[in-house]
Design a protein around this ligand. Structure first.
Ligand code: HEM
Length: 160
């Protein structure tokens, strides 16, 4: 699967009268501004499959980055995809509960510096742009992700 750029499927389930069967049936592209406001970011990315594809595409880029790849040499990539799916689905306001390690525990002792964190976030921004989220939506998600900077880099004082 590595190397393959996965994009969310375009779904078009408009009925003859032009409405949609349910909110999750709405196509990701071509929403009116009013419709976009009603959808969670999770739905906008394409629901469960869309977020799973986004996570894989994002890690394809992270693992190709020579500055970041060494951190993941001994990682269980399947677990990482699975936990990151839950983490991002929850961060995108989806109906998913994150069940993994705390972000502090997962990164403790890995010597991740602010520069690594910034590269990681830049790959995320590039991936989100390829998913055609608006700059405002990307900004919202990145502000949420940025709140974990100190926990990832070990600068946080966390009791866990
Ligand atoms: C806000 C940014 C980040 C978030 C939200 C995040 C989230 C996660 C999550 C959810 C896990 C899985 C935890 C588990 O297994 O229970 C994980 C693991 C990991 N992350 Fe991050 N991460 C971030 C940034 C980074 C950065 C910048 C690096 C390295 C440059 C990194 C390297 C790793 C590694 C090496 C693992 C462990 C993989 C393993 O051994 O299975 N992460 N991260």
């Amino acid at each position: 699967m590595h190397g393959e750029v996965l994009r969310p499927a375009r779904v078009s389930t408009a009925t003859a009268c032009g409405c949609f069967k349910s909110i999750t049936d709405l196509p990701k592209f071509g929403h009116t501004k009013a419709m976009q406001k009603l959808l969670s970011l999770f739905d906008r990315v394409g629901g469960e499959q869309g977020v799973r594809n986004l996570v894989r595409s994002f890690y394809d880029n992270v693992l190709k980055d020579p500055e970041l790849a060494p951190f993941f040499e001994n990682a269980s990539i399947e677990r990482l995809y699975s936990m990151q799916y839950e983490f991002f689905a929850a961060a995108l306001d989806g109906p998913v509960k994150y069940s993994g390690l705390s972000i502090h525990q997962a990164h403790f002792g890995r010597c991740i510096e602010k520069e690594h964190f910034a590269r990681f976030v830049n790959h995320l921004i590039d991936t989100l742009r390829a998913w055609q989220l608006s700059e405002q939506e990307i900004h919202l998600l990145i502000s949420r992700v940025n709140t974990y900077a100190d926990e990832v880099t070990g600068s946080a004082v966390v009791a866990d």
